[in-house]
Design a protein around this ligand. Sequence first.
Ligand code: NAD
Ligand code: IPM
Ligand code: MN
Length: 335
Amino acid sequence: MSGVVLLPGDGIGVEVVGEARKVLAAIAPGVEVGEFPIGSDSLAATGEALPAATLAACLEAEAVMLGAVGASDYAWSASNPEDGMFKLRKTLDVYANLRPFRDGQIDLLIVRELVGGLYYGERGTRADGTVFDVLEYRPDQVDRVLRRAFELARTRRGRLTSVDKANVLATSRMWRDRATELAAEYPDVELDHLLVDTAAMRLVEDPARFDVIVTENTFGDILSDIAAALAGGLGVAASASLGDSGPGLFEPVHGTAPDIAGEGVANPTAALRSLALLLRFGLEREDEGVRLEAVIDQVAADVRTPDRGGSASTSEFGDAVVAALGGGVAEVADV
Ligand code: NAD
Ligand code: IPM
Ligand code: MN
């Protein structure tokens, strides 16, 4: 299908994508929307974490929004719910995962390499019981995400921090060399390098020093949860995963939150901010996306879910956003 494909997934993914669907209908009523299964529930029902029909719909879509996937029990098997999401990211080749964090003094964008590195290397078990996970990169995989980060830094405050572990890892040495070489093509961007452990410390100590961070898949995964903790929590952290062509994938940074799933109290802000990114970068509806971001900020000042110290429910937040957009919310008869 064309239009927007929604993949609610599991746990609170279903709850927050439900709010995104309401808000999308209010802000862009003409957009075609379809929902498809992915993740743990899909695996249980169909035997596949990413059914072929879901993947086909995503490949034809203008943009894809994912809630979250994953079960609460970590019973490893040949097929995990996370595998479906990994296959989706890889097939869409959305190599640049943009995770913006804004809160008070913090205005940081993490660009996480998303379809290579440690999470995509060979893994297995040898005859003697040794278990391994391989971290490898080709130079072109590194160059394309670095270029994306330089270009994004250019549209912001012109500062790019490349994060690696070049004192130990061969992949990091290559990463650092490529960043240094490419920097010559972006004289308007000031590049610096940090080791990932130091970067974690500096993020906590002085987050305002950062503009754009670019880093390997696993490092970006971890650093972005730290950044989320500094900028309002996982409940508000959004992301956009972009390739060179084809649909982008828009998803909150958080997971399925088994500890609160089903209670209707998840903060939908991360999903709604991801929807704003979808409008801006997926559907090229910059005006609507920017407007939605402003409305979310305005609503968040008054309507607070428990993670933000309030008692509003997931749907109360979504309804408040719809109302602030001017659409009003249809009353549902309580019989
Ligand atoms: P998590 O992000 O699901 O939850 C971490 C903590 O943050 C929990 O206490 C949770 O209640 C809270 N939290 C997260 N989102 C929230 C929201 N919107 N509102 C309020 N509180 C929120 O991480 P986890 O518990 O380590 O992982 C649970 C499952 O989710 C695992 O199976 C994991 O693999 C999966 N996961 C999936 C994705 C994804 O699909 N993109 C991302 C992260 C984790
Ligand atoms: C994220 C998540 C996933 C990832 C997990 C669930 C595999 O933590 O999107 O940040 O590491 O990519
Ligand atoms: Mn993560």
